[in-house]
Design a protein around this ligand. Sequence first.
Ligand SMILES: Cc1cc2nc3c(=O)[nH]c(=O)nc-3n(C[C@H](O)[C@H](O)[C@H](O)COP(=O)(O)OP(=O)(O)OC[C@H]3O[C@@H](n4cnc5c(N)ncnc54)[C@H](O)[C@@H]3O)c2cc1C
Length: 269
Amino acid sequence: MNIVVCIKQVPDVPSIRINTERMTIIREGVDSIINPLDVIALEAALHLRERHGGRVTVITMGPPQSEEALREALAFGADEVVLLSDPAFAGADTLATSHVLARAVSRLKPSPDLVLCGLQTVDSDTGHVGPQVAEELNMPQVCGVSEIHIEKPFLVVKQVSEGLIYTLRVSMPALLTVSGEITLPHHIPMADLERAFTEQQVIKWGLEELGLCADEVGLSGSATRVWRLFKPPPKRKGEVVSGSAHELVEQLMEKLEALSILDEEPAGE
Ligand SMILES: Cc1cc2nc3c(=O)[nH]c(=O)nc-3n(C[C@H](O)[C@H](O)[C@H](O)COP(=O)(O)OP(=O)(O)OC[C@H]3O[C@@H](n4cnc5c(N)ncnc54)[C@H](O)[C@@H]3O)c2cc1C
């Protein structure tokens, strides 16, 4: 059972900043983490490997600093990690990102039986990448799965959608995107982290190794352009009231009455 897990390094949400000129998220000098659902996808892959054998390969497309995320994946227990990085990949939209990931998956040996992605990321949050990679690889796909079982040559997966629970049988190779319910990540022992950051190898592939041309990746290979990016202004100005519990109740009642939200006199029985 050979499994590929796609992970994305994302800014830790509280430290997100935006370059309003280029309309991109500033990733340099910002604390980064592995997208939380991708850690869960990796954990699910490790469970499947434990039960069915095989290898877990983790790939990411991103700037050189994404190597850290891959080293963390090694510490989690991945067998092999591949960094897809090239200056030509900068400015990629979800389509150009998916193109690079799909090409990398198709170049892996042995070819995978299963590709796992998160359902969505915490930064761009489109949920496009998994389905687009599946389309490009011509693989069946199921999004937002919360259970995966292997009944060769099929996968049997559970998907919760719009209040209904679906059990689906999917032929392999397939691509699944996972929801948060599938499992919980395990704790990484310090020694595994140290080995991953000092001894283990990160494979690096750029444009040339992937056999891609500059005009099919990055900004040139993108089908979309960000036109405008801004924080919406807060809808209402907040007001902080202070005082004892009794005073606070009085002040709040006065304000609610002034806004005609409460009647001045309580209605009689
Ligand atoms: C016009 C345009 C320009 C952009 N320019 C830039 C830019 O210059 N720099 C920049 O950093 N971003 C840029 N972005 C954002 C970038 O396209 C997205 O971050 C990226 O395509 C992933 O989209 P997402 O986060 O919505 O992923 P989703 O579709 O929400 O992710 C779902 C899953 O796909 C997998 N996945 C997603 N991205 C990756 C990845 N990179 N590697 C491996 N697995 C992945 C993960 O498993 C993830 O959980 C740009 C977007 C647009 C539209």
